[in-house]
Write a protein that binds this ligand. Structure first.
Ligand code: NAP
Length: 340
């Protein structure tokens, strides 16, 4: 059987470009003892993949060398199992890499999970019911400690993590829930999701827009982007505010770190800023998945997955994250669920 793989052709200099990727074909190896052969159904597309391509070591994973298959989480069907915990036919999710088939067990930390919410579509294992949802829930609820009736601000609010966070905030009774995104269409999408206000960071008055939406200051700011958006949020904190540092996509491709220019605003409001890394919160994944699945079934949380068809579209989908081409969680369909 032939496997198709996207590999690192060159280290990205800033935002990745098409020549940083190379498509390769290779013979599939047979799974050994404790391994599985998986047909990849969907692959996740997330900014962390460009960091892997740049040679960063993340989650104890050794840095990628030129020519290596790009890391990425996927959901797939087990075709052959020589692993005691899984059977042929199981739908599993985990670290599969950018390839059409995967023989597992490369690294001990590459755990695979059986998809348990079988009444809901399998691709949600890469969104609300996988690492994206766990990042939103564990980061917002466990780290941010939201309070009902208090104002929440979310940047990157129309993206994969962000659109989950605004809906979790609504489910928990935070008010107002204010989302920030780029452009009028994304802002209209945020209003459809239930945001009390949707702010466009591409206008030049973000600081004033936040002040109008949260006149008494922001109690909890969930930051996905960093940069000038973070500066504007820091100018609008309430007493005791918390800032959760989830991501900083506006800064990933800069040669020099930028950092918040006005971090001293934390002092004036007895405020705090705390980072989190989802893989440090594994103890909370099961509770996160239960809560998210319950809200989806009750109709109070609507996961939006932007599904692009075709394995060959992966680089374009990754590059699109930096121009805001995605609404909701970006995934790529590699095989149809019915295809064998
Ligand atoms: N801490 C953790 O453990 C953890 C886990 C998962 C993800 N993350 C981080 O969380 C963030 C969201 O991840 P995701 O996978 O859900 O990605 P995402 O939000 O779906 O992806 C990209 C979105 O970011 C926005 N964006 C791009 N460049 C921007 C800029 N210069 N300024 C402001 N916004 C910009 C775009 O939306 P607009 O159209 O609105 O510009 C784009 O749609 C990322 O920073 C990611 O690295 C962290």
């Amino acid at each position: 059987m032939i496997n198709r793989q996207w590999t690192v052709a060159a280290r990205p200099q800033g935002v990745p470009v098409a020549t940083d990727f190379e498509l390769r074909e290779s013979e599939l190896t047979r799974p050994g003892d404790g391994e599985m052969l998986i047909q990849v159904l969907y692959l996740s597309v997330a900014p962390v993949m460009a960091m892997y391509m740049s040679g960063e070591s993340i989650a104890q994973r050794p840095p990628l060398a030129l020519g290596d298959v790009i890391h990425g989480r996927g959901v797939g069907r087990v075709l052959v199992s020589r692993h005691q915990d899984f059977e042929a036919g199981d739908i599993v999710h985990g670290q599969m890499g950018w390839q059409t088939y995967c023989v597992t067990a490369a690294l001990p930390e590459d755990r695979f999970y059986r998809y348990s919410a079988t009444d809901l579509p399998a691709h949600l294992a890469l969104g609300a019911l996988g690492m994206t949802g766990y990042s939103a829930y564990c980061g917002f609820v466990d780290v941010g400690e939201p309070r009902a009736g208090r104002p929440v601000l979310v940047s990157g609010a129309a993206g994969g993590v962000g659109h989950m966070v605004v809906q979790i905030a609504k489910n928990l009774g935070c008010a107002p829930v204010v989302g920030i995104a780029g452009g009028p269409e994304k802002c209209a999408f945020l209003q459809e999701l239930g945001c009390d206000a949707a702010l466009d960071y591409r206008r030049d008055d973000l600081e004033a827009q936040i002040r109008a939406a949260c006149p008494d200051g922001v109690d909890l700011y969930f930051d996905n982007v960093g940069g000038e958006v973070l500066d504007a949020a820091l100018e609008n904190l309430a007493f005791g505010a918390r800032i959760v540092l989830c991501g900083s996509i506006a800064e990933y491709n800069l040669d020099e770190p930028r950092g918040p220019a006005n971090y001293t605003r934390l002092r004036r409001h007895d405020a705090s800023m705390r980072g989190f890394y989802v893989y440090n919160h594994e103890a909370g994944f099961a509770a996160a998945e239960r809560a998210m699945a319950d809200w989806i079934r009750a109709g109070t949380l609507r996961p939006v997955q932007q599904i692009t068809d075709g394995f060959e579209q992966l680089p374009a989908a990754l590059m699109g994250l930096y121009s805001g081409a995605n609404t909701g969680k970006q995934v790529v369909r590699v095989h149809d669920e019915g295809e064998t």
